[in-house]
Design a protein around this ligand. Structure first.
Ligand SMILES: Cc1cc2nc3c(=O)[nH]c(=O)nc-3n(C[C@H](O)[C@H](O)[C@H](O)COP(=O)(O)O)c2cc1C
Length: 472
């Protein structure tokens, strides 16, 4: 599945795609339809978009975990993350078997690097870029206009040449200009700050699903997004060179090349965002489009966000699973992790640990709060290894039974906050809460933790044996 089209074919062959032949409007209607299927419904392919002849539009590709796994060609998402940790900074192999496997993988590292291939997108017949001809959608009634909601924004670090992809929404602001809504904490914004001059940027829409996943994932600093996408998918990504010199996925449906000029901003928004509220208008950099290329009969790709949970929550869950091996590589005491859908990805993290010493839970929580995009997490609840983090009742039991709020809840003031957190004390700055919901050690409370109740094993065995006889 090296492009969007083959992914759509695969989805259709599995009964996971519906074609919509009735005419639909990019003004709110497509978004309303997408929202109705966003909780695990089929992917959609709209074949008749009013006012945009020649285009088709697809959405809701990733609203089921099975479809994200299909996109990456894995049975378990952790496999994809483990492939990466083994290849890069993984722990040294412990057994001879492990060593052989690791060496073999290291030798084949090159097969995940991007490979040059002929671009399937080409110059269209328009004289100059005209975004009025592109079927980006308006998603909520008070949105400031039509937005690209799943653009793959491709940038390159001016110092290292490392490529990065991010999905940053883009508001159409004119025929050849859009907003560039990269938050200050994201890598696109960091490269922009480094540039100091007009920054070449390419945007691809409708891509190989592994590239789409890499653009959503918080790829650690220093790792090239093309390589990351290649390792995630277990194959290399086909690329072609654009006019700007940037490498661009060769099978993209739509490609825009242009620049983000330094210092130029425009008011972006409002936009109904994934917190379930409208982001208030605020100044953001702009993307000046120089060229637009499309494939023959192009397919636009869009998503919708809003009151959870929607498609982005599934992508968030997929990121949680693929990144667990990365977290474990840095903090081996971490057993499991849950970023609940209603926690809005950055709102709440529940992490279980194999606790060994006093203060261990706080150590892990503080470590996570300093780790890449984890730093945007607002509340972290740490539980013991035997608590299933995905069972919120077990988590609540741990909180209710092990926490004294005066001792086990820490508030960190004036830390970084997600740009979209409407509750924070100030934009991009807010508090953190760490809840240590692990059983306490003697050193932590000055007395022994009570013994948990457990049945007498002999009596339990007898009751098991006699269960049918009891007629219950
Ligand atoms: C549908 C969707 C829309 C998103 N919109 C934005 C956005 O407008 N601005 C932003 O900074 N991040 C946005 N994100 C999150 C980034 O894509 C995500 O944080 C990604 O890891 C890029 O972060 P990085 O640049 O630090 O790697 C969006 C994610 C999704 C799934």
């Amino acid at each position: 599945m090296e492009d969007l089209r083959s992914f759509l074919e695969e989805l259709e062959s599995r009964g996971e795609l519906r074609r919509v032949r009735a005419p639909v409007s990019v003004e709110l209607e497509i978004a309303e339809i997408l929202r109705r299927v966003a909780r695990g419904g089929p992917a959609l392919l709209f074949e008749n978009i009013e006012g945009f002849e020649g285009w088709r539009l697809t959405g809701n590709l990733f609203s089921k975990m099975e479809r994200v796994k299909l996109a990456l060609g894995v049975e378990k998402l952790e496999e994809a993350g483990e492939r990466f940790t083994r290849l890069t900074k993984g722990p040294p192999p412990l057994t001879l078997g492990e060593k052989v496997r690791t060496l073999r993988e290291a030798a084949s590292f090159g097969r995940y690097l991007p490979k040059m291939s002929k671009a399937l997108w080409k110059d269209n017949e328009w004289d100059e870029p005209d975004l009025n001809k592109v079927p980006a959608i308006r998603t909520w009634p008070k949105d400031a206009g039509r937005f690209f909601t799943f653009p793959i924004v491709i940038t390159r670090d001016p110092e290292t040449g490392i490529y990065h992809f991010g999905v940053y929404r883009m508001q159409i602001m004119g025929k050849d200009v859009t907003g560039m809504h990269w938050h200050i904490h994201k890598r696109g914004a960091a490269y922009y700050d480094k540039y100091g001059e007009e920054m070449p940027v390419a945007v691809a829409v409708g891509v190989d699903p592994a590239v789409a996943f890499a653009a959503v994932a918080p790829v650690p600093e220093g790792i090239d997004s093309y390589l990351f996408a290649g390792v995630m998918a277990g194959r290399s990504i086909g690329v072609a060179k654009g006019e700007s010199g940037l490498l661009i996925p060769s099978s993209a449906e739509l490609v825009m090349e242009g620049t983000v000029p330094p210092g130029e901003t425009r008011i972006e928004g409002p936009f109904g965002d994934h917190m379930g509220y409208y982001t208030p208008p605020a100044p953001f950099p702009v993307f000046r489009v120089r060229r637009i290329y499309t494939r023959e009969d192009p397919i636009f790709h869009a998503t919708v966000v809003g009151y959870p949970w929607l498609e982005d929550a599934v992508l968030g869950k997929a990121v949680e699973r693929t990144f667990l091996p990365f977290v474990r590589m840095l903090m081996p005491e971490v057993v499991d992790l849950n970023l609940p859908e209603y926690g809005l990805f950055h709102g709440l993290a529940i992490v279980s640990i194999r606790k060994r010493y006093p203060g261990h839970a706080k150590q892990v929580a503080m470590g996570l709060l300093g780790l890449g995009q984890f730093s945007l997490t607002k509340m972290i609840v740490v539980v013991d290894h035997d608590v299933n983090v995905h069972d919120l009742n077990q988590v609540m039991y741990a909180v209710a039974s092990t926490v004294d709020p005066q001792r086990d809840v820490q508030i960190v003031e004036n830390a970084v906050a997600d740009e979209l957190d409407h509750a924070s004390v100030a934009p991009r700055m807010g508090g953190k809460m760490v809840v240590d919901a692990t059983r306490k050690l003697r050193e932590e409370i000055g007395r022994d933790w009570p013994e948990p109740v457990a049945p007498d094993p002999e009596v339990a065995r007898r009751v098991d044996e006699r269960w049918s006889e009891l007629g219950i």
